[in-house]
Design a protein around this ligand. Structure first.
Ligand code: ADP
Length: 297
């Protein structure tokens, strides 16, 4: 599958503020591609350049083979954008917004199906001003999907949703992809990125510090396994001779063994061989959140 988005050496300034310094990545067809990083890293600016909403100062962008600067009109028919800060007139009703957007879209989709999927069916007569934050958020995602886009950009899609609403949104995004749409997802939630994204670009200070799958990021940038157990007063310093063990220490009442790869199985076997059978033996790996923190600190 080919790249549907190509970004090369993208640079964007606001006055003298360098928002995006040097960003390059590719998004493959039908991927869910995440963009993460701390506030001010340049995520939204990057996505707005891809959507044709901002003009880069340098670099080359192609989205579905089009240049978002020069071919903005053509591109708008093919992509969907859920913007981070959107607003509609307070008195506009949900169905009116959907109907209006559908009428503007050449491939104007069935907005009734979207209101069902995004849990807005009971709200379709409600005015925008009376919607909760989560309902507004779901309406903006539904609006972004109205033209059955080939690529959809979701910027902090689940901000403001409650935990149940987030899970529903995740399932819907997975479903959007199953129907053949490529998804670019800007998010602050690492559980969301870990769960949904095939690959993730980590941004910091307007630069890409890493692009990889969630597992790839963890194993490249925060490798290692920590094994813990309680051993009362037994001397377990001999564990440092066990293959794949790097360090044996204490953490409060527990023994903490740092290692890699199959260290848990090897430590467990060695303990049993020495007549020790701790009941609380556990292993932890860094998760994506810890990895991204390490990469962007
Ligand atoms: P992120 O989405 O990762 O939080 P942004 O792309 O919003 O990052 O912002 C990147 C940098 O550009 C920040 O320093 C931010 O303050 C600045 N910035 C963003 N939008 C504007 C704007 N409209 N005018 C001036 N500076 C901006």
């Amino acid at each position: 599958m080919g790249a549907v988005i190509e970004v090369r050496e993208l640079r964007k300034l606001y006055g003298t503020t360098v928002a995006v310094d040097d960003v390059s990545f590719e998004v493959d067809e039908n991927e869910i591609f995440g963009i993460v990083g701390p506030n001010g890293a340049g995520k939204t600016t990057t996505v707005e350049c891809l959507e044709g909403l901002r003009r880069p100062d340098a670099g080359r962008i192609r989205v579905l083979g089009l240049d978002p600067g020069a071919d903005a009109r053509a591109l708008r028919r093919l992509i969907g954008c859920q913007l981070q800060e959107s607003a509609l007139p307070d008195r506009m009703r949900v169905w009116e917004a959907l109907d209006l957007f559908a009428s503007l879209s050449p491939r104007g989709g069935d907005w009734r199906a979207l209101t069902r999927q995004w849990g807005l069916r009971d709200k379709h007569k409600a005015p925008f001003g009376a919607l909760s934050g989560g309902q507004r958020q779901r309406l903006f995602v539904a609006l972004a999907l109205l033209n059955a886009p080939k690529v959809v950009f979701l910027d902090e899609m689940t901000t403001g949703l409650d935990p149940a609403g987030r899970r529903v949104a995740w399932d819907l995004v997975a479903d959007i992809r199953r129907r053949g749409t490529t998804v670019v997802l800007v998010t602050h939630f690492m559980d969301e990125a870990e769960r949904l994204c095939d690959r993730i670009a980590v941004l910091k200070g307007g630069r890409v510090v890493a692009v990889d799958s969630p597992d790839g990021l963890v194993s490249r940038f925060a490798p290692g396994v920590r094994v813990r157990f309680t051993a009362d007063h037994a001397d377990v310093s001999w564990l440092s001779e066990v293959p794949h063990v790097h360090e044996v220490g204490r953490d409060g009442a527990q023994i903490l063994v740092k290692g890699d790869g199959p260290v848990l199985a090897l430590v467990a076997a060695a303990l049993v061989n020495h007549g020790l059978v701790p009941e609380d033996l556990t292993a932890e790996r860094a998760d994506l959140e810890e990895t991204v923190l390490r990469l962007t600190e």
